[in-house]
Design a protein around this ligand. Structure first.
Ligand code: IMP
Length: 182
């Protein structure tokens, strides 16, 4: 297992790129079945979900629109408990089948605020897909409709996820090493 250091912390690999890509492929094919005739609006939550989204949409061989929203809740290793919205909704939501793509569902704050904001605009349907789901960390009453992996309640980096700006470009997924929290 590969180990890496980002800033002051050490991380150990928990999922290889190969494993991540295989799982995203089966998730993509499953989601495809639901959306191939719906001309969905796929909304990617920046920053973290861009790698997951780029891989997932390779299996969406049907017409769709794709756009981005930026909702931020994490500071360093923890959820700040507040949402910073810096990119407003693009385009029209009303009447659309919206699929939200998130990197990781942790406390559920980001997804619950975004879901409420979207539902206020009356989409025809709204579902969420994420790469990683930490059910033990969940505080807000929301669960992703689709996900690739359930993970422990530990801090992760790589494959789009960062620690203080570093690690998004790593191909594998890494977990904070035990006892390495400052
Ligand atoms: P939530 O709002 O608490 O569900 O957290 C969702 C957001 O926090 C994600 O989109 C990530 O940007 C960030 N996040 C949550 N857990 C982690 C993690 O383990 N590593 C890096 N970022 C995380």
């Amino acid at each position: 297992m590969q180990e890496i250091t980002l800033h002051d912390l050490e991380f150990i690999e928990i999922l290889s790129e190969k494993h991540l890509l295989e799982s995203i492929k089966s998730l993509g094919l499953k989601i495809r079945e639901e959306y191939y005739d719906k001309y969905p609006l796929v909304l990617v939550i920046l920053n973290g979900a861009f790698v997951f989204a780029a891989e997932l949409i390779k299996y969406f061989d049907f017409p769709l629109e794709l756009d981005f929203v930026r909702y931020r809740s994490y500071k360093g290793l923890h959820s700040s408990g507040e949402i910073q919205k810096s990119l407003p909704f693009p385009g029209q939501i009303e009447g659309r089948h919206v699929l939200l793509l998130e990197d990781i569902v942790d406390t559920g704050l980001t997804l619950s605020v975004l879901t409420k904001d979207l539902l206020d605009q009356h989409p025809e349907s709204l579902k969420t897909a994420c790469l990683l789901y930490k059910p033990e960390a969940l505080i807000y009453p929301i669960e992703p409709d689709f996900y690739s992996f359930q993970v422990e309640n530990k801090f992760l980096v790589g494959f789009g996820l960062d620690y203080k700006g570093l690690g998004r470009n790593l191909r594998n997924l890494y977990q904070l090493k035990p006892g390495k929290k400052p």
